[in-house]
Design a protein around this ligand. Sequence first.
Ligand code: AIR
Length: 456
Amino acid sequence: MRTTRRAVPADAEFVPDADPGPSPAVDPRSSASAKATPRPSPDATRRAVAAGAEFVPAVAPIPSPSVKVAPIPPGGTIGILGGGQLGRMLGFAARSMGYRIVVMDPDPACPAAAIADRVVVGGYDSVGGAAAALELARGADVVTYELEHVDAALIDAVEAAGVPVRPDAYALRMTQDRLSERRFVASLGIATAPWREVTDEAGLRAAAADLGTPLRLKAPIGGYDGRSQVRIGAPGEIPGAIERLGRPPGTPLLVEREFDFAAELSVITARGLDGTLAAFSVARNRHDAGILVESVAPAPIPDAVANAARALGARITQALGAVGVVTAELFLLRDGTLAVNELAPRVHNSGHGTIEGARTSQFEQHVRAICGLPLGDPAPRGPTAMVNLLGTGKPRDARLEGAAAALADPLAHLHVYDKRTVFERRKMGHLTVTGAADVEAALARARAALAKLRWR
Ligand code: AIR
């Protein structure tokens, strides 16, 4: 038996989850609902994958005890850990559905402050943030996070206070540490770049001898947008590489072989409280020195590759047991196979184009999932391109010029995050073009519109 809660449009990209079976109704505010539910064991998952299961059946359906819990209706309050652009756009979606928003961020003037009923000021580490996280939880019906560099102890504290966190601490712990993320992905039998854990230069030399070069040395926790990695182009660059990462001596680090890939892809998969999975179109991404600069969807790739990418996203999301959206960044290798680069249990930069380019945006989808509502249709509205508006120059007040010229293209949509300070390569906004003949035409128009913008 499969779960079908409602009619789904024929072209919608829904994947019904395995039947969650009978489950007792529990109070959604009870932390027991999340805690009592074990994840499918990696072994069970591996067996299912080996047996050819397209989607891994939930051994202990996740989180089955809350399947019959009533949704959090509009008027309820969503707490968001992190107040950057992702929280801001999540907040826009939640607000338009009638939810109230409390945001926790160290900066009271963070981008999400504009959409928040209240900002609780606090850091994301367990020392600075514990009291603030509990303050956030006090007024919230559900708590989510918009960056994975939140200390998992804060999530534990919120859950212990009886407020559900979605996705929960398990999904956060598995994905916020690159080493545990690699082990998790390997446990599903899914490929990644060949990697080793190293703590010192001798280990790094051994890894280089094993894996070859070029390598990427990555700090397992902290940093994004290329801020926590060092490229080692040749063995001669090993001395000093660990120091350049700036982590305390002895910190376990991830070193991996750099892939010569054909394309970078990502797939965002939503998982509802009842286990239903829904995948967005696969995006093709381009990064510049670790920062996403461009994304187009649906990616111009063979259907078989897109389907394989979406199957990977679904397996990962289900195995994480995440309620909400999960992003899988993938490499498409030259032999046509896929490997996982990174996972994020949250809305993602490569999904910003879904605001105009999909029937349901990633932000609305996340809100629907964490509030226990049915998922929306993630199908694309048409070929869509998204380009990031990055900062330039020295830190200074952010003043943008050229919006009128950029928007002279009627298909262009401008999103500015209202960060008060601009600096080199900071993500300040993005531009989306949807409705062009194909993704390449959309991308050309988005680039042309972006070229009109500059920071004063
Ligand atoms: N973010 C989180 N992980 C990756 C990214 N890009 C977003 C979140 C976070 C914001 O970037 O929305 O709050 C922080 O941006 P900045 O420019 O202040 O570092």
